[in-house]
Design a binder for this molecule. Structure first.
Ligand code: CP
Length: 307
């Protein structure tokens, strides 16, 4: 399959392209089970992780993924770079070009930053999260984890609970899950739901207790604590009482239903500690799958060929 130079968002992809990433990730998941989990596929390539915002999972797992593919990896963060001295993203891009980097994974607070970078450099660009726009590899690893668990995404009932308004993870998941014919419902206080979200083909609910027993997957999103200061919900305690994944609520989920969370979690706010660590939780499986999925993304965009 021919592929795009860059991965900016799930909105741009076809269902076939999404499945292609997932199928390749399946192969790399097997590689990661070997005693020596390294393949020479990207030997001689250099990947830069260019993170203007904090990250634990995304930056580390791209870095591990690149190393498992035998690529050279350079990790860059805002605080340790000349960006902290006022250098612009386009100057940064020109320096990347001068150093003959093959691929860049970028995270930035501005929606559109990854696209802008992609349009200005020859290296392939993977969006590691741009503001509230998209986080495509998070959605791909989430969908990969759902497919691993349930075999088929079509018809799967997925509930996303939390701050949909500011969530790039929710947007990317909604695009991907709808393209693969899942049924997607979102649930949050009305102030945390974007106007017109129904046009993406999702159902909207406000009362978690009325619906939690209906879903195969319940995905909690991080409540960004600064949102409370902006007056978007009355208090952390009230949010937890109405929307938190508590032990009592989770007991009412469907048999076989799973709990997901992209991380980082606010334990005791959107998810209780015993739920995050409980039998239904696949949160660490998501993190584990992130490496195989990101190996697949780097492989595809570096022009790798499956024998
Ligand atoms: N899920 C996610 O993007 O986590 P990080 O912010 O730690 O990368």
């Amino acid at each position: 399959m021919s592929h795009r130079k860059d991965l900016i968002g799930i909105e741009d992809l076809t269902a076939k392209e999404i499945i292609h990433y997932l199928d390749i990730a399946d192969r790399f998941a097997s590689v990661l089970e070997r005693p020596i989990p390294i393949v020479p596929t990207l030997r001689g390539k250099t990947i830069l992780t260019l993170f203007f915002e904090a990250s634990t999972r995304t930056q580390i797992s791209f870095s591990v993924a690149a190393k498992r593919l035998s690529a050279d990896v350079i990790n860059f963060s805002k605080t340790s770079s000349s960006v902290a001295k006022g250098e612009t993203i386009i100057d940064t891009a020109r320096n990347i070009e001068a150093m003959k980097i093959d691929g860049v994974v970028v995270r930035h607070s501005a929606p559109g930053a990854a696209k802008y970078l992609a349009e200005n450099i020859d290296a392939f660009v993977i969006n590691g999260g741009d503001g509230s726009h998209e986080h495509p590899t998070q959605a791909l690893l989430d969908i990969f984890t759902m497919r691993q668990h349930f075999k088929d995404i079509a018809g799967l009932k997925v509930l996303i609970v939390g701050d949909i308004l500011h969530s790039r993870v929710a947007r990317s998941n909604i695009f991907g899950l709808k393209k693969l014919n899942a049924q997607v419902t979102i649930c949050a206080p009305p102030t945390l739901i974007p106007i017109g979200i129904e046009s993406l083909g999702v159902n909207v609910h406000y009362n978690l207790d009325e619906i939690i027993d209906k879903y195969d997957v319940v995905m909690a999103l991080r409540i960004q604590l600064e949102r409370q200061e902006a007056g978007l919900f009355p208090s952390i305690r009230e949010y937890r009482n109405l929307y938190g994944l508590t032990r009592e609520r989770v007991k009412r989920m469907k048999t076989g239903g799973i709990i997901m969370h992209p991380g980082p979690t606010n334990r005791g706010v959107e998810i209780d500690p015993d739920v995050a660590d409980g039998d239904r939780s696949v949160i660490l499986t998501q993190v584990k799958n992130g490496v195989a999925l990101r190996m697949a993304v780097l492989f595809v965009h570096a022009g790798g060929k499956i024998e």
